[in-house]
Design a protein around this ligand. Structure first.
Ligand code: COA
Length: 390
């Protein structure tokens, strides 16, 4: 039985910061951000969007009434979760009106969470072929104002429906995964910003890729020539290119050209959204599928997932016939073209806005947020969400 990705939805907030403006304000050459890091725009989450609403808006794009009945498992991968106990999946389950006979859980392992969710979903579908699983990767990446990580922030969510007989991509069985306890990135429960050893995280990202790629080749007998494209977890777009370059010499000139060209297409969306942590790899996959016109059905796509701390995995998928008919390119063009730019000073104000932590009541202005699902306020230490479509 084929199991894989049947639908992919995406959402990013309606405001963004131009990286050239951020560079100017931070006294660095714009090329450091646009070329050295490889980012052009950074999505900014207004206070009316949090990981729950971003994920719910991403899923809203793709779910129909049949999905709402068939989905019996919601898996929410996030590293910027809003509650240490209750899962973000339960809120999304309600906001989307899903079947009450569902499981709903949150998974955490830095940027690897959504990949863990997908692998768990595969197992669920193997046992329950009639059901579907909604896997969400949703995050707001926050390192802090004037920090080295600032240029690699972002906000957004990807929603994936995993099912039998998937219409976009069959996920192949063989996969290689690797864990090692390192302190390259972490966020203690008392902090709303991540701590990071940037240099170490870059080194470990490369080391994990080298390890899983080597093991994958040994396990499967496949090599670079068997791939139409390789998508990477992209905290910023330059890093995947560096990883890809470490293996390019294994291919002929044709293979190298193909992989570099397809890599570029796989970064278009990430370049104008920024880091969305758990969803980043899947945003890259979406970018490849929607921005590259000539990917043939049956093509094998490699995927490298990395979650600091750290867990890495290399796995693969095969594009299904007519996969293009199941994408939503127009929606995403509209989403990007209708965004509004904010100034650096507006971004700094938004970044520093906080919700009450003393149980007091606050009502947020959701009229300025075009998203269907918004955070409308807080009272009694509870977040109040609104689905404007309901
Ligand atoms: N024109 C072109 N490139 C330039 C440049 C210019 N004027 N100025 C600098 N650069 C390049 C640097 O050479 C470097 O490229 P290289 O890595 O290929 O050598 C790149 O821009 C970044 O410069 P660097 O000085 O290394 O940046 P930094 O130390 O300020 O921060 C990160 C970079 C990624 C470490 C930082 O943003 C970070 O910590 N991010 C969060 C952690 C993260 O995303 N980790 C990834 C793994 S999960």
């Amino acid at each position: 039985m084929k199991i894989g990705i049947d639908k992919i939805g995406f959402y990013a907030p309606h405001i963004y910061l131009d990286m050239n403006q951020l560079a100017k304000s931070r006294g660095v050459e714009p090329e450091k951000f646009t070329i050295g890091i490889g980012q052009e725009k950074m999505a900014i989450a207004p206070i009316t969007q949090d990981p729950v609403t971003l994920a719910a808006n991403a899923a809203l794009e793709i779910l129909d009434e049949k999905d709402r009945k068939d989905i019996d498992f919601v898996i929410f991968g996030t590293e910027s979760g809003i509650d240490s106990s209750k899962s973000a999946a339960v809120y999304v389950h309600d906001l989307l009106g899903l079947n009450p006979n569902s499981r709903a859980i949150e998974i955490k392992q830095a940027c690897y969470g959504a990949t863990a969710g997908i692998q768990m979903a595969k197992g669920h579908i193997a046992l329950n072929p009639e059901s579907k699983v909604l896997v969400l990767g949703s995050d707001i990446a926050r390192y802090g104002l004037n920090t080295p990580g600032e240029a690699t922030q972002g906000a957004g969510a990807v929603a994936l429906v995993i099912s039998a007989n998937p219409r976009i991509m069959e996920l192949e069985e063989k996969s290689v995964y690797f864990t090692n306890d390192i302190m390259d990135f972490w966020r203690p429960v008392y902090s709303d910003k991540a701590f990071v050893d940037g240099k170490l995280s870059n080194e470990q990202y490369m080391a994990f890729f080298t390890e899983v790629w080597k093991q994958y080749k040994e396990k499967t007998g496949l090599g670079l020539k068997d791939f139409e494209a390789i998508c990477f977890h992209l905290p910023y777009t330059k890093i995947g290119l560096k990883a890809l370059r470490t293996v390019l010499e294994e291919g002929t000139e044709d293979v190298k050209d193909r992989l570099v060209e397809n890599y570029t297409a796989s970064t278009d969306y990430n370049r104008i959204v920024g880091n969305i942590y758990t969803g980043s790899l899947y945003l890259s996959l979406l970018s490849l599928l929607e921005q590259k016109e000539d990917l043939a059905e049956g093509s094998r796509i490699g995927m490298f997932s990395y979650g600091s701390g750290a867990v890495g995995e290399f796995f693969t998928g095969i594009l299904q016939p007519d996969y293009k008919d199941n994408l939503r390119v127009e929606n995403h063009n509209t989403l990007f073209s209708s965004r509004t730019e904010v100034t650096v000073s507006e971004y700094e104000d938004i970044f520093q806005e906080t919700l009450p932590t003393d149980g007091s009541t606050v009502k947020l202005n959701i009229d300025e947020d075009p998203a269907s699902i918004c955070l409308a306020g807080m009272s009694d230490n509870k977040r109040n969400y609104v689905n404007k479509m309901k």
